[in-house]
Ligand binder design. Structure first.
Ligand code: LUZ
Ligand code: MOS
Length: 767
């Protein structure tokens, strides 16, 4: 089944925040944000701004009617700065004006006097100053210190990964509309309608039932709107609450890039020990997470880094410690993978370091350590593994020996172009690591004309979750999908939602929808059984007709619906689902936090131009564990999109803050994301189809985040190509691997390299 939004997207009819018609009297908001990363706010002068034409009011922290606090996990994040500023981009004031232009013009008239304080941007420096968001945490299995003594080989190293800008096509924004009796309806581009409702409640002081949050769809989220949509919605709602006029704010791209947090950069140390057969016996890591100026979701992201720092390998002795470090950058936040990719980059770097030193391909080490069913993770859960199945099938289907031979032959025949190959097996835990968040609800109504409407807590952000919800209802009722509509996500229909995140949205809301539809179906079957004089257990609905076991009757879905209603039996149900059998004990750092794991293996081939440092990705061949996919077309889109987003993070997206905490890569002219020319020339995708009864919907498996981590394979394929050209160099583990870094690594250890490049370039120029 196609994504149900395909038609309206193609015709430009899909409604995003900016497509909502504005009511007369709507005010436009614009934010004045701190130009300084750290300092004492001595004076804020909004008087000139207030005098500008069209300006109705300028809000600061003094205007907050509730509390000046939007921290979700830890209350450490004021909405408006009061006495101190903690990052460039921190909101100081909000202009409300009759037009967008007037609001943004007036912002320029605001003046802040800020006494600068020392700025920290490096997480290791923050840790040295004990600037931590939460105390460090350590996951442990076995005894790594003792185990190193028994290893034939021990290697140490360091790895660094940069952040990543979410770059959802639709920027952050909200539209708050006052309703009667002090209520406010808020349209928000958020992955978490309840989080928005809660933040507005705190800031305005209104009870949550006065606040309705409605989300039709987002133009992308990627984690950037799991927590950080709250700010803009709270600002608009506060404006609407105070002026009793509708308030709209949709951020310009540069405002969004400057004021919002990103994927967390990490800097980590590692130590890996192997026996003579390349079995990894011991692993230690200390990871420094750059959290930015406030907690946001950083503690949860840090936790997922620990969960995934052994990726898909069984290691009997592990000590993994993580620090969440407070710096003067915008608070970093959720981003597809949620700390998992950063954890996996550490172990993959450690394996690559071992491979460098031992002179074996990394994939020999990877293969020898894959998880087997029953193996225990450092956090205590025993795995139900598909790692070896995915790996073996990938090697078979994509003919790894032939790929290796192709690369070897190419490299033997070329001097200035080199190919590299790398394998990236993945393992990603499915469930919010915070157990209580693993719940969802769905409200299903069958109308008397036989049409159906489904409302859930799932937010459609391009990932196709609404199509999957519709498929669930169509499958349970066995009716034409055209009879079913999926409604907008609304806090009056579905309360206390978890954000659409953690790859778990279709799992959780799909199960809730299944439960609701099944309850209605059971009641309808009882009605049919009464009409037909048989037992309810003998009634089936197939393709809209009622059957008594295998015999088709004259009773159609439409008639059964009417009869059910006429008998005063409910055609509505509110279904609730919570993932069974998951728990985690933070005092012991042990438990069974994940419903299941998603596996996969990718094989990547790249070609590096060893004169220029540029590269092409020849192919990425993916064997992905999708369970029994509900929608292979949508899942393929998620896998291809995730891969390319991961490639962007690992190879080209380079966030640059200067020493004063100012974002230099603050526009698309200075921040490079993958485009059609940088995607792999070939993406082969094959599914590992399984029928296991994992707790996802209809034996499918979550697909949102795991494929991003295939992008890590491109980093290591590039690294391998570089070493084909210059075996003396051991490139630092420092992502992204931009063309500049490739070039510097290519000539890293060759005396006279710079002169050779200059000579070569001169020759090229002369031609
Ligand atoms: N969000 C969250 C997530 O709050 N908890 C999680 O465990 C998570 N995992 C992935 C992505 N978002
Ligand atoms: Mo997410 S990183 O699943 O919002």
């Amino acid at each position: 089944m196609k994504n149900i939004d395909s038609f309206s997207h193609t015709r430009g009819e899909s409604v995003y925040l900016d497509d909502i018609p504005l009511l007369r009297g709507t005010l436009f908001a614009a934010c004045y944000d701190s130009p300084v990363a750290h300092g004492k706010l001595l004076h804020l002068d909004t008087s000139e701004a207030e005098k500008q034409k069209g300006v109705i009011r300028v809000l600061t922290h003094r205007d907050i009617t509730g509390i000046n606090q939007i921290g979700g996990i830890i209350p450490d994040e004021p909405l408006f700065a009061d006495d101190h500023v903690h990052f460039c981009g921190m909101p100081l004031a909000l202009v409300l004006a009759e037009t967008d232009e007037a609001a943004r013009h007036a912002v320029k008239k605001i003046k802040a006097e800020i006494e600068p304080l020392p700025v920290i941007t490096d997480p290791r420096v923050a840790a040295a100053h004990n600037e931590l968001i939460i105390p460090p945490r350590t996951f442990r299995i076995g005894d790594s210190a003792a185990a190193f003594g028994q290893c034939a080989h021990v290697f140490e190293g360091r790895c660094d990964n940069n952040g990543q800008e979410h770059l959802y096509i639709e920027t952050q924004g909200a539209y708050a509309v006052p309703q009667e009796q002090g209520m406010i309806r808020v349209y928000s581009s958020t992955q978490g309608p309840t989080a928005v409702q809660r933040a507005i409640s705190k800031v305005t002081g209104l009870p949550m039932h006065q606040i309705e949050v409605d989300v039709t769809r987002l133009g992308g989220g990627f984690g950037g709107k799991e927590d950080q949509a709250n700010t803009w919605a709270a600002l608009c709602a506060l404006g609407a609450h105070l002026t009793r006029r509708p308030v709209k704010y949709s951020l310009h791209r540069m405002e969004d890039m400057r004021m919002t947090g990103k994927r967390h950069p990490y800097s980590s140390d590692f130590k890996i020990g192997l026996d003579k057969d390349l079995k990894i016996i011991a692993f230690e890591t200390t990871a420094y997470q750059n959290a930015g100026a406030a907690a946001d979701l950083s503690p949860a992201v840090m936790e997922r880094t620990l969960f995934h720092c052994t990726n898909t390998y069984y290691i009997p002795n592990v000590t993994a410690t993580a620090f969440s470090c407070r710096t003067h950058l915008p608070p970093n936040t959720a981003f597809r993978g949620f700390g998992g990719p950063q954890g996996m980059f550490i172990i993959e770097s450690a394996i690559a370091r071992a491979a460098d030193e031992l002179g074996v391909p990394a994939w020999e080490i990877q293969q020898r350590n894959l998880l087997k069913t029953g193996d225990e993770f450092p956090y205590g859960q025993k795995v139900d593994s598909e790692a070896i199945e995915c790996w073996d099938k990938a090697f078979r289907e994509f003919d790894m020996p032939a790929l290796q031979e192709k690369v070897r032959a190419f490299n033997a025949g070329h001097t200035y172009h080199k190919k590299g190959i790398a394998v990236m097996p993945i393992c990603f835990g499915i469930s919010f690591t915070n157990t209580l968040m693993n719940q969802a609800r769905s409200l299903v109504h069958v109308y008397t004309d036989g049409s159906v409407v489904v409302s859930t807590g799932a937010v459609e952000m391009g990932q196709g979750v609404n199509t999957k919800m519709l498929q669930v209802a169509a499958r349970v009722f066995s009716i034409d999908p055209a009879r079913i509509r999926v409604n907008s996500t609304n806090t009056y229909r579905i309360a206390n939602t978890s954000p659409s995140a953690a790859s778990a949205t279709a799992d959780l809301n799909g199960k809730a929808t299944y439960i609701a539809c099944m309850a209605i179906l059971e009641r309808m079957k009882a009605v049919a059984a009464g009409l037909l004089g048989v037992q309810p257990a003998d009634i089936f609905i197939r393709d809209e007709w009622v059957y008594i076991r295998d015999t088709k009757t004259e009773l159609h879905w439409n008639q059964l619906v009417i009869t059910t209603h006429n008998q005063r039996v409910s055609l509505s149900e509110h279904g609730h689902y919570s993932t069974p059998d998951i728990y985690f004990d933070k005092t012991k750092e042990k438990g069974h936090p994940f419903a299941y794991h998603v596996f996969g293996t990718s094989i990547t081939e790249v070609t590096v131009d060893c004169i220029r440092g540029t590269y092409e990705i020849d192919g990425v061949h993916i064997l992905h564990d999708a369970g029994s996919s509900m929608n292979p077309l949508i899942d393929r889109g998620q896998i291809e999109g995730g891969l390319v987003q991961g490639i962007g993070w690992m190879t080209m997206e380079e966030i640059v803050y200067d020493a004063q905490g100012k974002l230099r890569s603050n526009a698309l002219s200075t921040y490079k994301v993958p485009d059609i020319y940088s995607v792999p020339k070939v993406i082969n995708l094959s599914f590992l189809h399984t029928e296991k009864d994992n707790p996802a919907i209809f034996r499918s498996k979550a697909v949102g985040e795991p494929p991003l981590m295939y992008g890590i394979g491109v980093y290591f394929a590039l690294r391998n190509a570089i070493r084909q050209f210059n075996p003396a160099v051991k490139p630092a583990f420092d992502a992204p691997m931009t063309p500049e870094k490739v070039l510097m690594n290519l000539y890293g250890k060759i005396p006279g390299a710079a002169a050779a490049v200059t000579d070569r370039l001169t020759a090229v120029a002369a031609n």
